[in-house]
Design a protein around this ligand. Structure first.
Ligand SMILES: Cc1ncc(COP(=O)(O)O)c(C=O)c1O
Length: 448
């Protein structure tokens, strides 16, 4: 097919996610042909740094030979088989490897196929656990403002980003919403890392009043990613764990975006030294190769489902592609690469270089906040640095920077007016510098 033909057919037939198709019709879309390492090439041969790891999924680079090989080998055996009453070696091997990476209380792996389903499973498990362990009044959940846990109805119910979630309100189940730990816009006017985590008082107040009806609280650990990489202190999670214990509330740790090294440790909860009750993983689980997710449950939760069949305590949940063998075999190889190539150790110098380079944004009077943890860097662009006045959604600051960055050879996809960098870990220190320089140049061209 000719390029023009491909573009025309894309616009005619494909309805893209999180995309206003009216804009898309007049845009020149990026049609990707191939990828290698941190780079992706479009069908015209233009090369771009994948500075957002293809929606935060890619950790070890595109088209990595070891992962390709693992996939090919599994393909020769079987592409898919159900997991209800069946099993297969990749799912078993992967579950064992994951459990070995978890704190001792987390013992059981439940498969699904994307981050949203991992969250749905966690919510349903927490709810059913309470029903089946004598806590029948505990039917509600707590979630944070600015949270994002996926796009299915349960996940949207615990979401807290109005632009994405508000319209669905009548369809959603009721939750208790607590304040967001948004340090740059601290409600208590405290400085980051020099506070007593006052923002957690909002959770405590809800627990105090309603804990007898609360099954669990769900959080994105260390960073509320989709809301604009709102990075918050590990101390918040530590104190939250204590509160959950005190009020008998399950702690659901949604590591879909942060898991597998993104924060500089294998899992974000490690920064706080805590053990959640349920952990959701997806995205980086297969190094970004294939859709797969897991919800890892504590033994206490698992035991509440374990009984004679006629007691009807079974967890009646499972998607067609649950535990897909191709995805599981890639995920196993992914974890082997983490071990063999000491990925977590190898990214530490890169994290430092990312942190240093982000400071280049300090020169702009429109940059209100620079945020950094692990392999995530973000800058929040504001209308007024003194008042922290935000740009509005309709100002479309992000899309202007996105276009500029493409012209400069990088895929950046700002979240509103937050420009962020979340590259695959195989990026070199020189490439980090280059990526940030593209960000700086794009911001300058878009706004000045
Ligand atoms: C924290 C978090 N949870 C859940 C999800 C949903 O994952 P998926 O897009 O695979 O459904 C996302 C996606 O960005 C996420 O960031």
């Amino acid at each position: 097919m000719e390029t023009n033909d491909i573009v025309a057919k894309d616009k005619k037939y494909v309805w893209h996610p999180f995309t206003q198709m009216k804009d898309y019709e007049t845009d020149s879309p990026l049609i990707i042909d191939r990828g290698e390492g941190i780079y992706i090439w479009d069908i015209q041969g233009n090369k771009y740094i994948d500075a957002i790891s293809s929606w935060w999924v890619n950790t070890l680079g595109h088209s990595r030979p070891r992962l390709n090989e693992a996939l090919k080998q599994q393909l020769e055996k079987i592409e898919h088989v159900l997991l209800a009453g069946f099993s297969h070696v990749p799912a078993i091997e992967l579950a064992e490897k994951l459990i070995k990476l978890m704190p001792d209380n987390l013992t059981r792996v439940f498969y699904s196929d994307n981050g949203s389903t991992a969250v749905e499973v966690a919510l349903k498990m927490a709810y059913q656990y309470c029903q089946q362990s004598g806590k029948i009044k505990k039917t509600k959940f707590v979630a944070l403002k600015n949270s994002y846990h996926g796009d299915t109805i349960g996940a949207v119910s615990v979401g807290g980003i109005d632009v994405y979630h508000k319209i669905y309100k009548p369809m959603l189940f009721d939750i208790h919403q607590a304040e967001s730990p948004y340090c740059y816009r601290c409600l208590f006017e405290k400085e980051k890392n020099a506070c007593n985590i006052e923002c957690l008082s909002s959770v405590e107040e809800i627990f105090k009043k309603y804990s007898d009806e609360i099954a669990g609280i769900i959080v994105e650990p260390l960073a509320q990613a989709a809301a604009g990489m709102i990075i918050y202190p590990a101390e918040y999670l530590k104190k939250l764990r204590k509160l959950c214990d005190e009020y008998d509330v399950l702690l659901i740790d949604d590591e879909v975006a942060m898991g597998f090294g993104r924060t500089g440790k294998m899992f974000a909860f490690e920064h706080a030294g805590i053990a959640p009750d349920l952990v959701c993983l997806a995205k980086g689980l297969t190094a970004g190769y294939l859709p797969m997710a897991v919800t890892i449950a504590s033994e206490k939760i698992y035991q509440a489902f374990y009984d004679d069949y006629d007691k009807l305590k079974t967890f009646f949940h499972g998607h067609s592609f649950t535990g897909n063998p191709l995805a599981a075999s890639v995920a196993v190889e992914n974890l082997k690469i983490f071990e063999d190539e000491k990925i977590i150790e190898s990214i530490q110098p890169k994290i430092k270089v990312l942190g240093e380079n982000l400071q280049k944004f300090k020169e702009f009077d429109c940059v209100g906040d620079i945020r950094h943890i692990g392999m995530i860097g973000a800058v929040e662009i504001v209308k007024n640095k003194t008042t922290k006045e935000q740009y509005e959604f309709k100002d479309r600051i992000g899309s202007k920077i996105y276009r500029e960055a493409l012209n400069n050879g990088a895929v950046l996809r700002p979240l509103g007016s937050v420009v962020y960098f979340m590259p695959p870990y195989v990026i070199t220190e020189e490439e980090i510098e280059h990526m940030i320089d593209i960000g700086v140049k794009s911001l300058k061209n878009a706004l000045y």
